[in-house]
Design a protein around this ligand. Structure first.
Ligand code: SAH
Ligand code: CA
Length: 248
């Protein structure tokens, strides 16, 4: 958790703009309270192991937080999801949380352009006894989705889809995913508050990477809000997660 780089409003200081905030709560103390009271005490040993492995990885700032994966795990169980998908795996931290929530015969189709990061977490997935649920495909997600789309049997076949990859493609993904998810199923888009950059004020500054993708996130949020095919709910968990439930 990058707590020291975030001021009490959850905004980044200019000098530390490269460090991404990992929550949008009013104070770090409140966040710490949630983590210490209800997240860490209930964290499975394998999740702790992969969290610690991921923290040492150079791209760890992209990983989901422990409170957010606890939420995903709960949501997947509440939905009784069996067939899941994840776009953007990194070391497999959110993937492990998803795999743990699925039943023994559950499946998760996971895709990432980089197999190497997935392999960092693979031994933990195996140790946790859930690796058999994971079907990992290396490559950019869009062509993989298009391939899936071609087979009508895949339409309406996914219960839960977690999208956590290249923000500039989220709307392209949405066009495919809305057909691939079942009616009543959920697509969850991550980072929809995009480091808080969706609302800018003069005391806030963001690094180039954040600014370069900000318009895509704004466009996504606007498009989801008027999409008649879905119910939506934007939660300030992690860096913002928007749940979209397919209506029909
Ligand atoms: N869900 C992970 C974090 C994912 S970070 C977790 O919570 O731990 C974002 C990932 O998206 C990176 O691993 C990156 O390689 C991947 N990615 C970026 N562009 C992609 C694309 N076009 N298709 C698939 N994956 C992509
Ligand atoms: Ca994310």
């Amino acid at each position: 958790m990058a707590s020291s780089s975030i001021n009490n409003n959850g905004h980044q200081k200019q000098s530390e703009a490269a460090v991404m905030p990992k929550n949008h709560l009013r104070s770090d103390a409140l966040y710490q309270y949630i983590m210490e009271t209800s997240v860490y005490p209930r964290e499975p040993e394998c999740m702790k192991e992969l969290r610690e492995i991921t923290e040492k990885h150079p791209l760890s700032m992209m990983a989901t937080t422990a409170d957010e994966v606890q939420f995903l795990n709960m949501l997947i169980k509440l939905m009784n999801a069996q067939n899941a998908m994840e776009i953007g795996v990194l070391t497999g931290y959110s993937l492990l949380a998803t795999a743990l929530a699925l039943p023994q015969h559950g499946k998760i189709l996971a895709m990432d352009i980089d197999r190497k990061t997935y392999e960092v977490g693979r031994p933990t997935l195996e140790k946790a006894g859930v690796a058999h649920k994971v079907d990992f495909r290396e490559g950019p997600a869009l062509p993989i989705l298009d391939e899936l789309f071609k087979d009508e049997n895949n339409h309406g076949s996914f219960d839960f889809i977690f999208v956590d990859a290249d923000k500039n493609n989220y709307l392209n993904y949405h066009g495919r995913l809305i057909e691939l998810v079942r009616v009543g199923g959920v697509i969850a888009y991550d980072n929809t508050l995009w480091n808080g950059s969706v609302v800018t004020s003069p005391d806030m500054s963001f690094d180039e990477h954040v600014m370069s993708l900000r318009d895509f996130v704004l466009e996504l949020n606007k498009a989801l809000a008027v999409d008649p095919r879905i119910d939506i709910c934007m939660l300030p968990v992690g860096d913002g997660i928007t749940l979209c439930r397919r209506m029909n």
